[in-house]
Design a protein around this ligand. Sequence first.
Ligand code: PLP
Length: 374
Amino acid sequence: MDVPFVDLRTQHRMLHDDVQQAISEVCARADFALGQDVGLFEEEFAALCGTEYAVGVDSGLSALELSLRALGVGPGDEVIVPAHTFIATAAAATFAGARPVLADVDPLTYNLDVDQAKRAITPKTRAIIPVHLYGLPADMTGLMELASAHGLVVVEDACQAHGATYRGRRVGSIGHTGAFSFYPTKNLGGCGDGGMVVTGDADVAEDIRAMRNCGQRKKGYHELPPFNHRLDTFQAAILRIKLRHLEAWNASRRQAAAWYGEALAGCPEIITPHESDDGTHVYHLYVIRVPDRDALRAYLHDHGVGSAIHYPIPIHLQPFYADLGYQPGQFPVTERLCDEIVSLPMFPGITADQVAYVADQVVAFVKGAVTVAV
Ligand SMILES: *Cc1c(COP(=O)(O)O)cnc(C)c1O
């Protein structure tokens, strides 16, 4: 059996007719830039998140950067970011003109550790970006308390957690803003790039709306930094169709995670993802930890199973961030994770047979490898 790491084709075959029609309608209206579907998608996405405002942008990175800028974060400011995340979380702080300050993650949830974030606060700290990594909501209660005690703003990086809930609220709606990505493989992904900021703050929404469109509040009058970060109308039209399936797709991901969990439970060498009563994990990725990760990946590859590493090199050891001056060993939880994690196939519609096959290969390898090591 071959099990790809991710399969977008099955999903797109199912949506083919709806997507073709939506594309034709945009062409017929020819409202290609900030067209009608952008506004409608913003309303629908805000309704999902339970926020007053949503502003469509061209990527998750832009959603994060424009959030920071609209919240007044800039040169001379520090932004606390988990060391274990995708590069865009830190890059948003850099591109807003601020300095990313890293903090280690919790060894159980792999999300920003509240105590570590607290220790990273200096007089220059202005913002925290918690990441709901792999689809598991971060400790928003702890982080919001920390932020309010120190007068900081919170931008949720919800790029991997569309639709996830934390204590009954949708992620993205808890911080001052929430940033989403619609990169094709995300839980809600377009046929290209896209992003969204959600917020309850009218001024922040208005500033982001202006900044994404050449800094204009009024046409021809460029008051804010004149970026072009508009959400494409075709993407908005397609995302409107896909949004209707998000809950079912997240349920399918959760079902697959439950199958993996059962199949891998008998193997103490394998650490499966943490689930919490505080929030629903939407399994953007299904990430396990194993002792001999690289050999496992080679074994899976030889047995037709795709896998990936999210992420192999922590932010503080990335070449681009060498000038931040961090050293190996500074974020031990993150560094250990980077050596042990492997992401197994996970996508809506993955079948029980596919999951069972993948889990069998993992267990066979781990059991075999352990015998050899002993
Ligand atoms: C995907 C992702 C982003 C950035 O999204 P883009 O749309 O690719 O710019 C940011 N943060 C995290 C955690 C992500 O997974």
